[in-house]
Design a protein around this ligand. Structure first.
Ligand SMILES: Cc1ncc(COP(=O)(O)O)c(C=O)c1O
Length: 405
């Protein structure tokens, strides 16, 4: 079992873990008939011992997925293959729905001090971006692994017992890299399920931290089902990408940090996928902090749909940023936090995201991935319009891309 602080022996074990990288392709088309998209091509990046994973992998039949206890996938009707509204991902989605307290965020900050980077901020004149006011970019893409995700992942791992079989997570890529990174620091194995729709660079990044990668046909939710099936048969710890208290509290440390760095900020623009990051930042910005402006792609309208419906509902996702914002259902924690704070969401098109990537690169030499540029797209398109005299923070939250437009 893991005990509280990483130490030298753990680092040594981490080195061993890092030498055992592997990527294994798992076909999931037969697992979720009617829901799974994707090419079906096999893609094995690297594996030292595929059989050791493939033989253990249990995500092999619809019957098996349906057998798995309460709160799990149920068929919505013959031949449809789509989940009903009552469907919840299987056990890997371990959210208690509990909103972290201010004390939880502070405890996360103390726990993570010296473990994650205090990422820098960069001031640009609004006129450089064609807007009014003072713009501060929070360069969270310079965090370990290239996104904000290690904050939540490491906080989650540091607050629970980890069995020898290690941790499992489903991820569009960045959460998986963060879990693999955190697990390597603690000297425990990590098994990560990613959708085939995520770029191979992200799978390679997970493998580079020693994570064992299973590539699943479809989008993030298909990876969630496969990870849940895997976890249901093993003594492993699951870390949800956005809907568990320790993850939200960890992401909230970004908000605490930017309040110290930019005490006069009037607003902070945050990319939304499942809602873990925006929930954490909103909690950190209560009591006199800047107002929080969630921005999501129109091609992944997860939060907009949930706010309209009054609860998480399943939406179609796709588009350029789906590997980071492609959760089909909003997290319960994020939704509750935003509803209590009376905060709505604004949307940007894929074209606007591409333009924001270009502007960040051309003007600042920042290589943001599409998800990392969504908040900036909200500024550039006028989805959020600063007034002269405003100080607006834009969180650049990810840079795991091999291609800039
Ligand atoms: C770069 C980037 N931005 C934003 C998000 C969305 O985060 P959340 O699901 O916590 O809303 C993700 C999630 O993977 C991401 O990788």
């Amino acid at each position: 079992m893991y005990s509280a602080q990483p130490h030298v022996a753990a680092e040594a074990r981490a080195q061993k873990v890092l030498t055992r990288t592997s990527v294994v392709r798992v076909r999931a088309r037969h697992l979720l008939p009617g829901r799974v998209r994707g090419s079906g091509r096999n893609r094995c990046l690297r594996t030292t011992n595929p059989s050791s994973v493939a033989s253990k992998c249990t995500c092999s039949s619809v019957a098996e997925v349906r057998r798995l206890g309460s709160g799990q996938r149920q068929s919505s009707g013959p031949g449809d293959g789509r989940p009903s509204d009552s469907w919840q991902p299987v056990s890997v989605a371990s959210s208690s729905g509990e909103v972290p307290s201010t004390g939880d965020l502070q405890a996360a900050a103390d726990r993570l001090a010296g473990q994650v980077r205090r990422t820098p901020v960069l001031e640009v004149r609004g006129s450089e971006f064609g807007v009014a006011g003072r713009i501060i970019l929070k360069l969270e893409h310079t965090q370990h692994t290239g996104s904000f995700k290690p904050r939540g992942a490491l906080n989650a791992l540091l607050t629970r017992e980890i069995p020898p079989a290690g941790v499992v997570a489903a991820s569009g890529g960045n959460h998986g890299a963060a879990v693999a990174w955190a697990a390597a620091r603690l000297g425990v194995p990590a098994t990560i399920f990613v959708p085939a729709t995520s770029p191979p660079t992200k799978a390679a990044r997970i493998a580079s931290y020693g994570g064992q990668v299973h590539v699943i046909d479809g989008y993030y939710d298909e990876a969630v089902v496969a990870a849940g099936t895997y976890a249901a048969h093993r003594d492993v710890t699951s870390v949800h990408a956005y809907d568990e208290p320790a993850v939200v509290a960890g992401q909230g440390t970004l908000g605490l940090e930017l309040r110290e760095q930019v005490p006069d900020a009037s607003a902070v623009l945050v990319t939304v996928g499942g809602g873990g990051l925006v929930a954490g930042v909103t909690l950190a910005c209560r009591d006199g902090g800047p107002s929080v402006v969630p921005i999501e792609p129109t091609s992944c309208p997860t939060l907009a749909a949930a706010l309209r419906a009054g609860g998480p509902v399943e939406v179609e996702v796709g588009g350029i940023a789906a590997d980071s914002t492609g959760a089909r259902r909003a997290g319960r924690i994020g939704l509750q936090v935003l509803r209590e704070a009376g905060i709505g969401v604004r949307s940007v098109t894929d074209d606007a995201i591409v333009k924001a990537q270009r502007v960040l690169w051309e003007r600042c030499r920042i290589a943001a991935e599409p998800g990392g540029a969504v908040a900036c797209a909200g500024l550039l398109t006028g989805a959020f319009r600063p007034h002269p005299g405003d100080t607006v923070v834009v969180v650049v939250c990810g840079a795991n891309t091999a291609n800039l437009p």
